[in-house]
Design a protein around this ligand. Sequence first.
Ligand code: ADP
Ligand code: MG
Length: 251
Amino acid sequence: MIEIDRIGFAIGKSEILNGVSAQLPRAKMTAIIGPNGAGKSTLLSLIARLIPPASGTIRVGGYDVQQTASDTLARILAVLRQENVIASRLRVRELVGFGRFPHTRGQPDAQDGEKIQWALDLMALSPFADRFLDQLSGGQRQRALIAMILCQDTDYILLDEPLNNLDLFHSRKLMQVLQDMAHRLGKTPVLVIHDINYAAKYADNILAMKQGGVFANGPTQAIFENHLLSDLFDTPIRIHQIDGQPVAMHH
Ligand SMILES: Nc1ncnc2c1ncn2[C@@H]1O[C@H](COP(=O)(O)OP(=O)(O)O)[C@@H](O)[C@H]1O
Ligand SMILES: [Mg+2]
């Protein structure tokens, strides 16, 4: 479980998060949705301890992230940031191999090699494994970053807009992989996602954020409600049930 308790965060005089509390259950997939600037990426960065909070605490699997050593934390959680600056003169296999670093400390064994190959196959990257990152399309590069994160093999997997640049085939595949990891392997994926219909189809729970606070948090079916989503996005949205699945349409 991820326990977020009264987290406040500010940049200078502007308040970015205004006391966010939420519990994200383990072995479930949680989607974080909400308008641009709501604080979604900031919250993810705080959970991953990429930035320190002004107030409040966050526990991941019982570990207070502020009090946990970096090498321990790196074996508990992995994070894909929204913006990534990566050295272009790096080969795909090398990048994915970085995911093993918290486990190997630079001494990879055969098992690490298998994990790297597993992640490459999962993201359909084997044909590109020996290419440099600047020889890939945007979507292929995004898949390489995701493969690195999955290769880290952590219980908690935080992904900020992982579907960026991914086509329909790879978006669907990634969501299925993450859902499977949650339901079969007991892992806890938490992802920021803009396409709310992917959230509707695959996420167990939804954390909706607006203006630096929690707007709603609960099971997907409860969040997929006309008024709630319309108010969240200040846009008229109507939910239709198609094949037992909520589908949001704006009009
Ligand atoms: N370095 C910064 N300086 C000032 N404001 C920032 C900075 N980074 C982010 N913000 C502001 O913090 C708010 C939340 O940003 P963010 O967490 O990235 O939103 P989201 O991911 O939901 O789109 C936004 O209003 C954004 O403009
Ligand atoms: Mg963001």
